[in-house]
Design a protein around this ligand. Sequence first.
Ligand code: NAD
Ligand code: IPM
Ligand code: MN
Length: 358
Amino acid sequence: MSAKILLLPGDGIGPEVVEQAAAVLRRAADRFAIDIELSEADLGGIAIDRHGDAYPPATQQAAREADAVLMGSVGGPKWDGLPAPDRPEKGLLRIRADLDLFGNLRPALLYPQLAAASSLKAELVAGLDIMIVRELTGGIYFGEPRGIHRLENGEREGYNTYRYSEREIERIARLAFDTARRRDNRVCSVDKANVLEVTMLWREVVERVASEYSDVELSHMYVDNAAMQLVREPKQFDVIVTGNLFGDILSDTAAMLTGSIGMLPSASLDANSKGLYEPVHGSAPDIAGQGKANPLATILSVAMLLRYSLGRSEAADAIETAVSAVLDRGLRTGDIASPGGVVVTTQQMGEAVVESIS
Ligand code: NAD
Ligand code: IPM
Ligand code: MN
């Protein structure tokens, strides 16, 4: 039976990078005799424009039926004036919740060829290999009550609620410990347990789960310190587990250590092996439509899709090797180029990866 893969190109540079990543997926499927069936649907701003809904019913149905989803990015200035519930970003939050994709894996891996592109000194990032495990369907992103209301004195007040249940903390902690077992057996849980009750509970539950993983070393760190440590000595980390908002912020920080946010893929997983795969970056309106976007984060997301949802690690490895080979040849999009170096387009980069898959 063929694996159903749904493409959600989205907005801005999304369609540009997904086009290249889909070509890589087709090539890898061909090369490794993987039976796939690709289809496409609208999510985000384009879905608002075409259907009046950022996550329309047809997309929802296709997403539920798919074995895996590959997304580009959503959002852009055109829709920035909309209220929170109607924005393109809400479409992304809705699909994550709808598919119960609570576990977001965001690997920050330095390709040695890009050491010079990192904003940190080469010796600080050489060999960098961090996995951020971000909780994705709870926390302050989803907590109720939320909104903007008017106070008695006439001024308005905005509010969100930061909450986590024990069950939600437990399942993300388990994912982090299981992930660490396949790596260096170390988990650092990042919280704000010196101030926020919700993360005091987080810390307690993570400790409890840790007792079932005596082979994994657990440490705790406050989020402010973690942000600092990530740029001071990033190689001290193996797996970082954290809540939705902290994980969003720390993964963009970690991205820059690898040279560019254009290099960071992600997998958002449910309790089985269904997943949504997307680059960590956004729709980059400043470079959209110009062929400047780095497609490698999305291409590396295809590798994660093959590994986690389709169980085809040999094809995933081949894509990662092809990316490395292309970097070896000196191909660079603008975001990872060295000063004065030759810059290739999104399409040239994508085609080079396709050709390198052997
Ligand atoms: P962004 O990630 O889109 O862009 C930040 C900077 O990084 C920009 O200078 C951009 O040009 C650059 N950049 C990003 N991806 C790149 C790539 N592949 N190649 C080269 N350069 C790249 O973040 P932003 O500007 O804060 O947000 C823009 C829009 O994207 C907003 O509407 C935001 O809500 C949305 N967004 C969506 C997602 C998502 O869909 N998962 C993620 C983040 C932001
Ligand atoms: C990300 C993005 C999203 C998030 C937005 C667009 C909803 O920043 O995937 O990192 O905050 O989760
Ligand atoms: Mn983000």
